[in-house]
Design a protein around this ligand. Structure first.
Ligand SMILES: Cc1ncc(COP(=O)(O)O)c(C=O)c1O
Length: 443
């Protein structure tokens, strides 16, 4: 059998694809079979510029040699080892390296395999922490409208995307939501954090007044809501949330699954905003998408609260078979080395202004209702075709892939671009040009 035959699937029926219009895809697929640097390649060998870092994860670009060889070497040395009551060296090394990158006393890392698991882990630990401290009534969790925190029951409960919640029953009890920070009237075509909207953090005061602080465990927010369309938090918003959480003894969780590892110009967006959360959820960029891995960073005080009782007792009844999988740990260590060697977080920070200008230059194209940029991320809200909501953006994404050789991503009627941090200045221009053409193709 030739490579080409192996690369071509012979039947598209059996795989029920995630977050995909399965029937439309299978009629007219967008197939990817190879990657290198800034490019994907179709099975026919056509190059597609990766405008989305895979799914916001391949921050170092694709098939980087040091990461590939670290994974290959690890597979030959230690394929799997249990992490319940046993340890392997690279898990400890990676946890230390991540803690060094995190702000303040976020000193302890719990490994999981995805962003969704990271969120559920953080929410569970928040409730358990208060329980240990004699505040067992603190079980409520506060998320935000238009937040995305993965697809576990905890994540969709605190999340604020209607389509992800409405057919899945009653979800977790005791959850409330802050309002979204997005307001087109006040924020349209903003580069970076909007000036308007910092006051929306005060809504937390109203939620506390309604439920009483003694019932609230934690607030979880993304420093920039990515999956719902690149919604940067307004100036001053996160600082205010921190103050209110401190006032009432509520834990503040930053979900940095997207904003971590350079997307916002820093190891973590917490650093960009100068705000110290109590926990940070991460995933995606930790291995640059090469192996499934996620985790939660905990402040020392939270971790230490569990390290009591008999020494032989398990302190936290939580974990996954593949927590700190050796292949993912090897990938993570090589990825962090590459980020440091190539100064990729700084590079992202330096490119941000040029990126924002290039994307905002598309203002005025037909059907473009708003463009938002922050870090190395941008979103284009398009006007819906009457009676066919979502069709315009879907068709633009499809045309970009097949006709223009650009990978984009969809969020409803919004087109997203979030390239690897190795994107060149020329490629920023190319992405803007191709997004423009894709939008014009659906005018
Ligand atoms: C902020 C945030 N949290 C959680 C998740 C879920 O991550 P995963 O798909 O790895 O479960 C995502 C995924 O995009 C995300 O953007």
């Amino acid at each position: 059998m030739t490579i080409a035959q192996i690369d071509q699937p012979n039947d598209l029926d059996a795989w029920w694809m995630p977050f995909t219009a399965n029937r439309a895809f299978k009629k007219n697929p967008r197939m990817i079979s190879r990657s290198k640097g800034m490019y994907y390649y179709t099975p026919e060998g056509k190059a597609v510029l990766d405008g989305t870092a895979g799914l916001w994860c391949c921050n170092a670009g694709h098939n980087r040699e040091t990461i590939v060889s670290a994974i290959q070497h690890q597979a030959g040395e230690l394929d799997f080892s249990p992490t319940f009551q046993y340890g392997h060296p690279k898990a400890f090394q990676l946890a230390t390296r991540i803690a060094e990158l995190a702000p303040g006393d976020l000193d302890h890392v719990f490994f999981v395999n995805s962003g969704s698991e990271a969120v559920d882990t953080a929410l569970k630990v928040a409730i358990a922490y208060h329980n240990l401290n004699g505040q067992g009534a603190r079980t409520r969790l506060i998320g935000r409208v238009r937040g995305y925190h993965g697809v576990g029951f905890g994540g969709i409960s605190v999340g604020g995307m209607v389509a992800n919640r409405k057919v899945f029953g009653s979800l977790l009890a005791g959850v409330d939501h802050l309002p979204t920070t997005y307001n087109r009237e006040h924020q349209a075509f903003t580069k970076g954090e909007p000036d308007w909207g910092g006051h929306l953090a005060d809504e937390l005061e109203n939620i506390v007044a309604l439920h009483d602080a003694s019932t609230i465990a934690a607030v979880i927010v993304e420093p920039m809501a990515g999956s719902t369309g690149v919604l940067p938090t307004p100036k001053g918003y996160l600082q205010k949330l921190r103050q209110i959480c401190d006032k009432y003894g509520i834990l503040l969780i930053f979900d940095e699954v997207i904003t971590g590892f350079g997307r916002m110009g820093y190891a973590f967006a917490a650093e960009r905003y100068g705000v110290q959360p109590d926990m940070i959820c991460f995933a995606k960029g930790i291995t640059s998408g090469t192996a499934p891995m996620g985790g939660v960073l905990f402040r020392k005080g939270i971790h230490d609260a569990f390290m009591k009782g008999p020494e032989l007792a398990v302190e936290l009844f939580h974990g996954y078979t593949y927590s700190a999988h050796p292949l993912a740990c090897a990938a993570g260590l090589a990825t962090l080395d590459l980020y440091a060697d190539e100064n990729l977080f700084e590079r992202s920070r330096q490119l941000e202004s040029q990126w924002g200008d290039a994307m905002l230059s598309l203002k005025g194209l037909p059907n473009v209702l708003d463009i938002r940029t922050v870090g190395l991320a941008a979103a284009f809200d398009l006007a819906s075709i009457p009676d066919a909501v979502g069709k315009r953006a879907y068709q633009a994404m499809h045309n970009a892939f097949h006709d223009l050789g650009l990978l984009t991503r969809l969020a409803g009627e919004t087109l997203l671009v979030t390239p690897p941090l190795i994107v060149s200045e020329d490629q920023i221009g190319e992405i803007a040009d191709k997004v423009g053409k894709a939008i014009r193709s659906v005018a």
